[in-house]
Design a protein around this ligand. Structure first.
Ligand code: AMP
Length: 193
């Protein structure tokens, strides 16, 4: 059972590459951002609770995020899948620790953290561009976009050390064509046993 974390700032291409990896390696794709957007779209209680955080580009509280993640993985696991690709989770050290415990209960663990590296100006450009077509309110406003990057550097980037110390962190150049970046990611996947 593989557990792959796709790591990187907003706009680094995690969503795009996660879909390619999911198809190629038969993985369950888990995007906490998609889970929350779906709850908002369906106007559920969780959706109402998290909307303010997504609109402001702030992180949803850990407890709720961890609960949603666990519920989604358990509800969508299937025997034909080779594992899970986590996209946008974990984003804080407590989330990473919760993921470790969740996997430990299943006698499993994180195999590798693949980190897409893209510079800030490119990220802002990509996110604003995506906002023109995605309909995502958190992409269309430059102030919210810059706030998401700030949140990433303050709360999520420290996770790199958490996984570096476990020798699970691999940096991947996130600039280039989609195919080039996918090829680099595949190279790392093939190194896993
Ligand atoms: P994303 O689609 O991954 O860019 O996530 C969009 C938004 O969903 C983020 O800006 C947060 O408000 C929320 N979100 C997604 N994943 C998480 C997470 N792991 N922890 C907290 N908030 C999250």
């Amino acid at each position: 059972m593989l557990n792959i974390i796709l790591f990187g700032p907003p706009g680094s291409g995690k969503g795009t590459q996660a879909i390619l990896l999911k198809e190629h390696f038969k993985l369950l794709h888990v995007s906490t951002g998609d889970i929350f957007r779906n709850e908002i779209k369906n106007a559920t209680n969780v959706g109402k609770e998290v909307k303010q955080f997504l609109d402001a580009g702030k992180l949803v509280p850990d407890e709720l995020t961890i609960r949603m993640l666990g519920g989604y993985v358990d509800a969508n696991s299937a025997p034909e899948l080779q594992g899970v690709i986590y996209d946008g989770f974990p984003r804080t050290v407590p989330q990473a620790k919760a993921l470790d415990s969740f996997l430990e209960e299943k006698r499993s663990s994180v195999n590798v953290v693949l980190s897409l590296e893209v510079n800030d100006e490119e990220l802002v450009k990509r996110l604003i561009n995506r906002g023109l077509t995605s309909g995502r309110s958190d992409d269309s406003n430059e102030e919210v976009v810059r706030n998401r990057l700030k949140v990433y550097y303050n709360q999520t980037a420290p996770l790199a050390d958490f996984y570096l110390s476990q020798k699970k962190f691999v940096s991947i150049r996130g600039v280039g064509t989609i195919d080039e970046i996918f090829a680099h990611l595949c190279d790392e996947m093939y190194k896993l046993d």
